[in-house]
Design a protein around this ligand. Structure first.
Ligand SMILES: [Zn+2]
Length: 418
């Protein structure tokens, strides 16, 4: 999946127009090596990029002058080069069925500002106007003009077609106001700043690869198990989107051909066994009802046998799906995010035993399963990671200020009136 050095297409696709900051040639090679390998000595950078020490040295000088990289000593003798961004400002937006969230990461002032718009019935997913209002409002709060932004990322709770930039047909019922809207192109036109649009689980996968559970792994699969089941693949540091942007939809892998009907139109998809709704339905049938997945996890921790059983079965199905995926993709790390992953060993032990039943160890002896680390912030952080990567920047480590959320809740109407 790695791109040849002459391939100047944008690495993640779906950018509506090229950003002025897209790097070329040797500088791009050094930036990519830093992004993939983390902080590195100049000798290691020269080896990984096939460039001379002198060329690497002059590129590092240039990147330091631009405030994109820094050099710091370790062990008193060696020095490492790391990615730092000291001036960019990025807005990341997350469009869910029930709410729209946004965060402004201002790397110059080292501040983060969040906004949250809950959506009532009939307003699922908001609409493009709500997103542009929210972006302008966040920039205004930070006294920034639109042109001060390096870029904007929008994570949609839907797969997005790589060709048309439109959400997939099966998601239109859930996000009705985005039907037939080319997400990135229409928001770029409205805001005058380059906007990238991406599936929310893909962004979460990129964040976990960049700063979380997948850091340092070449090939990484992230699976989010919460209300629904989403997945994202990061291969050689890039979101793998497939022919039409639908890659990584592990939630619709068919596990039982005569299983329950799925909203995608198939039967027995992973989603029909491990989504919140299916787990709650299984408990309802047992007479041991719970209101949400978090209560199921809490019940299992307290020893409730029915809650433990449904988590055990969810792990068994996940293990089967992971074994099938890993036999094809051979990732080095699979991370599970979302509320389900909070069950810890109650879930991961049954994933492990299911994986053994499916003989995965024969083909992937070193594959590691782990809980994701960035929680429900992963999608917004992934948007920031994507914009930084698209504009030839990066952050080797996630600073503490970028994790602390101070959320301003906006009502739908007040966001619209700005
Ligand atoms: Zn399905």
């Amino acid at each position: 999946m790695s791109q040849g050095q002459d391939d100047h297409s944008t690495p993640h696709g779906n950018v509506s127009k090229p950003t002025s900051g897209v790097r070329r040639g040797n500088v791009q090679r050094v930036l990519e090596a830093l992004r993939l390998g983390g902080p590195s000595s100049q000798a290691a950078l020269a080896r990984r990029t096939d460039l001379s020490r002198a060329t690497v040295n002059s590129i590092v000088k240039k990147l330091r002058a631009e405030g994109v990289a820094e050099v710091y000593p370790v062990n008193g003798r060696e020095t490492l080069v790391a990615l730092v961004s000291t001036s960019a400002a990025v807005i990341s937006v997350q469009v869910n069925v029930g709410a729209v969230r946004a965060a402004l990461f201002d790397l110059g002032s080292r501040t983060r500002t969040d906004a949250y718009v809950p959506l009532g019935d009939g307003a699922q997913g908001g609409d493009p106007g709500l997103v542009t209002d929210l972006v302008r409002s966040l920039a205004g709060q930070a006294s920034l003009q639109m042109q001060d932004l390096a870029g904007i990322a929008v994570g949609m709770q839907a797969p997005i077609s790589r060709d048309t930039g439109i959400i997939s047909s099966w998601a239109r019922l859930q996000l009705p106001s985005w039907t037939d809207v080319p997400v990135a192109a229409s928001l770029t036109d409205a805001l005058g700043v380059p906007v990238v649009a991406e599936n929310d689980a893909n962004l979460a996968a990129l964040a976990e690869w960049t700063w979380g559970a997948g850091q340092g792994s070449a090939d990484f699969l992230y699976v989010m198990c919460a209300g629904g089941v989403g997945g994202g693949l990061v291969i050689d540091g890039r979101i793998y989107r497939g022919a039409d942007g639908l890659a990584g939809e592990i939630g619709h892998m068919v596990l039982e051909t005569s299983g329950p009907v799925c909203f995608c139109g198939s039967r027995g998809c992973l989603t029909t066994f491990v989504s919140e709704r299916s787990i709650l339905a299984a408990l309802d049938a047992s007479g041991s009802s719970r209101k949400n997945l978090r209560e199921v996890v809490a019940g299992a921790r307290k020893g409730d046998p029915a809650c433990r059983r449904v988590l055990y079965e969810a792990g068994r199905h996940l293990g089967r799906a992971f074994a099938n995926t890993a036999k094809l993709m051979a990732p080095s790390v699979i991370a599970v995010g979302g509320v389900l992953s909070e069950a810890g060993p109650l879930l991961f032990d049954s994933i492990q035993s299911s994986v053994e039943v499916h003989s995965l160890r024969a083909v992937s002896p070193s594959l590691r399963f782990t809980a994701a680390r960035l929680g429900d912030d992963a999608t917004l952080l992934g948007g920031a990671a994507l914009v930084l990567a698209e504009t030839g920047q990066g952050l080797s480590t996630l600073p503490g200020w970028a994790r602390s959320r101070a959320t301003v809740q906006k009502s739908n109407s007040s966001a619209r009136n700005r």
